[in-house]
Design a protein around this ligand. Structure first.
Ligand code: 2U9
Length: 370
């Protein structure tokens, strides 16, 4: 190629680039940019055609010319993708602005959903314990049997394992058995493990609300049910503090000041001493009235965390103590809202929800003066 021919070739490539740049810059739709791409880089596009002429050039010119065309091709490709991205994002913004939905506008009353009583009661309980300084912890519903049992002082072959009517899960892992958690206690185990792992020291003050599972189904048992458990570990934790905390809880939850409450000695493998908690009530014609009369009604269980449980979780029981409690949500919801059939909770009958009608923006209904 003569010098003049080379100059004109360079100029034409430069011209090509300038034209492409100008067209890309003034393109204002994704379709327009796609048309430009086809014109320059498509099968018979002008840059592609330049590459096709390579074969006709003498070997010594091929390299420099080829490099130049490739450079232009890459530059134009980059410009096109940047512009395409910019146009696509602008188009999306226009679409989003057009399709804007104000989610705060209330739906028609007859179409409004409502909060399930179980969710409502979990909210109420969480609110009360949050005021007492507890935070919420969560964990998986499928657990290994170490965290569900062994770490809670329920070793293999302990009768409590049978009492829990456990759903076992098939597993290929020979060394680990998995279960649907029979209580939310493994959440507390996980929290203690995390403290140990990260070197964080107590106090630990958590509640663990959530679903639990036992292979049991009749008038008063559902294979899936809900619990809230609590755990407080610190250097100076004692049974008196546990009683004060639960007294505050039952009074606020049931909305009865100075509600009679008593601890009745009981047994759980994970607490020692252990107690069941009763509140004062009256029973007339099968009707329970909380805060009246001289009868007692069991509402939850509690105790001081067993030293073995603290030890297994890496917390020194000579330095730290803990209290723990556990409650069944369905039972508390039935007592507070006068629901008399457990099955109603799980039948998905919208009339049931409508009847209790906890609005989605209601705050938990707590009747004490807090
Ligand atoms: C750790 C240590 C101790 C949790 C506790 C209870 C007592 C209890 C029942 C109430 C009704 C279960 O739903 S229910 O059948 N629970 O009585 N639960 S103490 O104790 C723990 C938990 C975790 C690490």
């Amino acid at each position: 190629m003569t010098q003049a021919a080379e100059k004109s070739e360079t100029l034409s490539l430069e011209q090509l680039t300038q034209n492409a740049e100008a067209e890309i810059s003034s393109a204002n739709t994704v379709d327009a940019i796609e048309a430009i791409r086809v014109n320059y880089l498509g099968k018979s596009g002008s840059i592609t055609s330049q590459l096709k002429t390579l074969g006709t050039l003498p070997a010594e010119e091929r390299k420099t010319f080829g490099a130049k065309v490739n450079e232009i091709k890459n530059a134009v490709t980059d410009l096109i993708s940047a512009k395409k991205e910019q146009l696509e994002s602008a188009a999306l913004n226009v679409k989003l602005a057009k399709e804007y939905i104000d989610v705060t506008i209330p739906t028609a009353t007859e179409k409004q959903g409502s909060i399930h009583p179980i969710s409502q009661v979990i909210e109420e309980i969480t609110e009360i314990f949050a005021r007492l300084g507890f935070t919420v912890a969560e964990g998986p519903e499928i657990e290994d049997d170490h965290r569900n049992f062994t770490a809670l002082n329920i070793p293999e072959n302990h009768p409590a394992r049978q009492m829990h009517d456990t759903f076992y899960i098939k597993s290929d892992d020979k060394d680990k058995k998995y279960v649907l958690r029979t209580h939310t206690s493994p959440v507390q185990i996980r929290t203690m493990e995390e403290y140990k792992k990260t070197g964080k020291l107590p106090p630990i003050k958590i509640i663990a609300p959530g679903r639990t599972f036992r292979c049991d189904s009749d008038q008063t048992h559902s294979p899936m049910f809900h619990q809230v458990e609590g755990l407080y570990i610190d250097k100076e934790v004692n049974m008196g503090m546990l009683k004060g905390c639960l007294q505050e809880f039952v009074e606020t939850f049931f909305g009865v000041e100075n509600l009679n409450m008593r601890f009745r000695a009981s047994f759980f493998p994970f607490t020692e001493p252990s107690a069941e908690v009763d509140i004062g009530c009256s029973r007339k014609n099968g009707q329970i009235k909380i805060g009246e009369g001289t009868d007692w009604l069991e509402v939850l269980g509690c105790g001081m965390v067993h030293p073995n449980v603290l030890k297994m979780a890496g917390i020194d029981p000579t330095e730290y103590r803990g209290f723990a409690f556990g409650m069944g949500i369905e039972r508390l919801a039935m007592l507070k809202y006068g629901i008399n059939d457990l099955r109603q909770f799980f039948e998905s009958d919208s009339r049931f929800l409508k009847h209790y009608s906890f609005g989605s923006i209601d705050i938990p209904k707590l009747s004490s003066g807090w």
